[in-house]
Design a protein around this ligand. Structure first.
Ligand code: GAL
Length: 887
């Protein structure tokens, strides 16, 4: 009986939970738009959106990423839908785990945020094959992204599937869900001309098809100047302030603000300075923009073989405000948070202006845009008489010089390449070039990055010099054919036609007979044989009789490889490997992989042999891969032998070990800097491709000047270093002990040097001057709103914060006065308040975060008539580690 009651209780509880999950997130509301903005539930809105691609994180990370987006000032979460993740086999859908998009949208809704779903289904995104399932190439008569019936049928099927799913789950705004906006196609305008009239027809069809699905919220197309009347054309780029949609009836939306950039194997790592990013965003709203999305707010990780390319690395950190592991990337996150708060203070005035704002020329490269209106609601930013509201943006687009400008009778000083935001047309709430937010450095060694304003991904050794394991076992991967699923065919088959992308790898094997005449010819003529291939992508490794002759890497590059052949039969085995399928450009279905053109052997007595029509054996994938020897179930099925010191650094080798998870909650990374190229699995989860290619020695900048137009080569780090050394192992994939780590190594490396690292903030610094703007949240303080006090009377504040679960363990530097130097090299200047360290330590030590007012009242005035600054450096430590140390 008791059991029965328990079961009943359980059922009731699950039903309640279920109901909670199905509950409406909002009161149902409509979304429409006019020339000024999206209209949400009858009101124009200025919206900030955070780009997060759900499969680039694990579901357990989603709530925190959404919460940190919201805290950072986002109203909307934006993502693509990843077709090849959702329909890996035609007709077989996957909406589980990292592909549980319904759960993701619901989490966004329950956080009270809106959702922008970009269905594509072509998405680009540095994602494998731009999001297309590889089986799509095999649909008879198909041509992608044009007026082609088979393609349109498949595209419509997937788009409908997604819209129907969202509708069934009650996720559209008019159903009380968070989805306010959709997207069809992606940047088709970039390639449209390649398709002539058929491209134009296709776009019209895509628009009609999308609308016919009855989703009931607006659709956008990005970079589509000929978007039909009922679709909003949106801007993508580093700057979109000059953007005008193709019809007066549409608002200016910015679907992709590239706040960073992606990285290529062997490339430098790009960073976008936050001062420039903030400038671009402020300029957009200044000049009439109304919806802005960060691509990416959180970039995350290309787990498994999801990264596109060719040659995009496993990390998709993107220099985003939330780093690859989900930690705040500072000062980016904090400075943009302040920017968003300032823009939000202007929202009533911004939406009140129907046509253009008032434009005031303030100088040769200085201008103001003034938004005035009457407030019908209780408005926070108004300090003007009556119900008139006014907000202004003052811009100095001079890349070199600051400017002093006169605006409505007051003088304002504008740093170069900056915008000041005045929510009340009088007081500066924010300037894009004045960063008050803290810098976080995530490790001691890497913190000495060349840019003081750029934080490097940083790592802390879990246990210094402790190898993850000294007990590795290894297993050899055969060179060439290994199994029963191989076959022979006349001629060279296209790589993807054979592999269907079930693996990166395809072996092409053939036998070549060398006569005694040939070998004596080589001796006398000194001419030696060469293997010639018209062109290849992405990697080929050429083996003759089991020995590596050479490797070639590139995107459709020619091969001319000297080979050593012996008299009699020789086995030529060529491994063709993809490193992420092409994700951008026209005619993707034709791109393929492997070889193009003739394959031949030159330097024979008889001249050359054309191997293009020879009999070849084909073997898809690696034996270990197909036996799943990386999985918890199957790893024992391989023959493993103990790793011998002298067998380190062999190629085509599997390595296996077990390790315990580091305690605590800090994100975990694997240092694979000692390895060559391959893939790594933890407890059967593919954590991604690894490749220790080194970035060029030169081309990184000593300092990064935020001023002037940004491009992805402008501010790069990591010159002469391995492009990606650390690989994220999501906590969700770990158990406390005995975690299985398996690597497949293609070129050779030393597993004994692999280590597990914890990723966390170690040092934080901030610098705020007494003339900095007061904290943005105080603008809504009742005393300010009711004009009992003026915002300009309030002192600025410094805010310091360690990662969640950490505390400020010590304050290593504090000076209120005229401190010198930057983070990690601060020193006291001539003027220094002796109270500095005790005031800051008192306020901060032992806490996760703290706030200090920057004023004489707090520190005492150490030097009158001198402009003073507070500079602080502090250490962060995990609070559990601190407790342990104190025990
Ligand atoms: C855009 C594209 C995105 C992404 C981005 C670069 O052109 O729409 O999907 O690829 O470039 O990160």
């Amino acid at each position: 009986m008791a059991d029965f009651r328990r079961v009943l209780e359980f059922l009731v509880l699950t039903a309640i939970l279920q109901m909670a999950i199905c509950a409406e997130f909002f009161k149902p509301f409509n979304v429409s738009y006019d020339h000024r903005a999206l209209i949400i539930d009858g009101k124009r809105r200025m919206l900030i959106s955070s780009g997060i691609h759900y499969p680039r994180a694990t579901p357990d990370m989603w709530p925190d990423l959404i919460a940190k987006s919201k805290e950072g000032g986002a109203d909307v979460i934006q993502t693509y839908a990843f077709w090849n993740g959702h329909e890996p086999i035609r007709g077989q859908y996957n909406f589980e785990g990292r592909y549980d998009i319904v759960k993701f949208v619901k989490l966004v809704g329950s956080a009270g945020l809106y959702f922008h779903l970009r269905i594509g289904p072509y998405v680009c995104a540095e994602w494998n094959f731009g999001g297309f399932p590889v089986w799509l190439r095999d649909v008879p008569g198909i041509e992608f992204r044009t007026d082609n019936e088979p393609f349109k049928v498949e595209m419509q099927r997937f788009v409908k599937k997604m819209v129907d799913l969202m509708q069934q789950e009650m996720l559209f705004s008019w159903q009380g869900g968070p989805i306010i906006l959709l997207q069809i196609e992606n940047e088709y305008g970039n390639i449209e001309s390649k398709y002539g009239q058929r491209g134009k027809e296709y776009i019209k069809w895509a628009a009609r098809m999308a609308h016919a699905l009855g989703a009931g919220v607006p659709w956008v197309m990005c970079k589509q100047t000929d978007a039909p009347e009922d679709i909003i054309d949106a801007c993508n780029g580093y700057y979109c302030d000059g953007f005008k949609p193709n019809s007066y009836k549409k608002p200016a939306l910015w679907t992709e603000d590239w706040n960073g950039w992606y990285t290529t194997w062997g490339g430098r790592v790009p960073h976008r300075p936050v001062e420039d990013n903030a400038f671009a965003v402020a300029r957009f709203f200044q000049r009439g923009g109304s919806f802005h999305n960060y691509y990416m707010y959180f970039g995350g990780t290309n787990f498994g073989r999801t990264s596109g390319g060719p040659f995009y690395i496993t990390s998709y950190d993107y220099d985003a405000p939330l780093d690859e592991y989900g930690l705040l990337s500072q000062p980016k996150w904090g400075h943009l948070k302040d920017l968003h708060a300032a823009i939000k203070l202007c929202e009533p005035a911004l939406v009140a202006v129907d046509d253009a704002p008032e434009y005031i020329n303030l100088g040769p490269k200085q201008e103001a845009h003034v938004y005035r209106g009457s407030s019908h609601t209780e408005d926070l930013s108004s300090s003007l008489s009556g119900d008139e509201i006014c907000s202004a943006f003052l811009a100095n687009i001079d890349e070199h010089n600051s400017a002093s400008v006169k605006f409505l009778g007051q003088v304002y000083s504008l740093p170069p390449w900056s915008v000041s935001i005045l929510p009340d047309c009088k007081n500066v709430a924010f300037n894009t070039a004045k960063v008050g937010a803290q810098i976080s450095i995530k490790t001691a060694e890497l913190g000495s990055s060349c840019f003081s304003n750029i934080t490097e991904p940083g790592y802390q050794l879990l246990r210094e010099d402790r190898l993850i394991s000294t007990t590795w076992v290894t297993s050899k991967e055969p060179i060439g054919e290994w199994g029963e699923n191989n076959f022979t065919a006349q001629g060279i088959l296209e790589h993807l036609n054979v592999t269907k992308d079930t693996s990166d790898y395809l072996w092409y094997v053939c036998r070549i007979h060398i006569s005694d005449e040939d070998s004596s010819y080589w001796e006398t003529s000194q001419v030696y044989p060469k293997l010639i291939i018209g062109s290849i992508r992405d990697v080929v490794r050429i083996f003759v009789n089991g020995q590596l002759a050479g490797s070639v890497v590139g995107r459709w590059v020619p091969v001319e490889q000297p080979v050593q052949l012996v008299q009699g039969y020789n086995e030529l085995a060529i491994l063709s490997a993809t490193v992420g399928l092409q994700n951008y450009g026209a005619f993707l279905e034709k791109d393929g992989a492997g070889f193009k053109g003739q394959v031949k052997l030159t330097g024979l007595k008889s001249g050359e042999i054309d191997l293009s029509m020879s009999l070849w054996s084909y073997q898809v994938g690696l034996k270990g891969e197909f036996m799943k020897i990386y999985s918890l179930e199957e790893h024992d099925s391989a023959v493993w032998i103990d790793l011998q010191q002298d067998s380190i650094s062999t190629s085509f080798t599997w390595y296996k070990t077990f390790f315990d998870a580091p305690s605590g909650k800090d994100p975990v990374a694997l240092d694979l800097g000692s390895m060559g190229k391959g893939q790594a699995w933890v407890n059967g989860h593919n954590i991604g491709r690894y490749w220790s290619l080194v970035a060029p020695k030169g081309g990184c900048q000593k300092t990064c000047d935020y001023r002037g137009a940004y491009n992805s080569d402008k501010c790069t780090t990591n010159c002469g270093e391995t492009t990606q050394r650390w690989y994220h192992i999501p906590r969700a994939w770990l158990r406390p002990s005995n975690n299985l780590l398996v690597l497949f190594e293609e070129t050779g490396g030393n597993p004994l040097e692999i280590s597990i690292l914890l990723h966390s903030t170690t040092t934080i610094c901030a610098q705020v001057s007494e003339s900095h703007y007061p904290p943005l949240h105080l603008w809504s303080h009742p005393d300010i709103v009711n004009r009992k006090r003026s915002i300009s009377d309030l002192p600025p504040e410094m805010h310091l914060r360690c990662d969640d679960g950490q505390i400020i363990s010590s304050v290593t530097f504090a000076s209120y006065g005229t401190p010198q130097g930057g983070c990690q090299e601060f020193s006291q200047g001539k003027c220094h308040a002796p109270t500095s360290l005790s005031v800051v330590s008192e306020a901060c030590q032992g806490r996760n975060e703290c706030t200090i007012r920057v004023s004489n009242k707090i520190f005492g005035d150490p030097c009158q008539r001198v402009a003073k600054t507070l500079a602080v450096e502090a250490k962060c430590q995990s609070s559990s580690a601190m407790n342990a140390a104190w025990l």
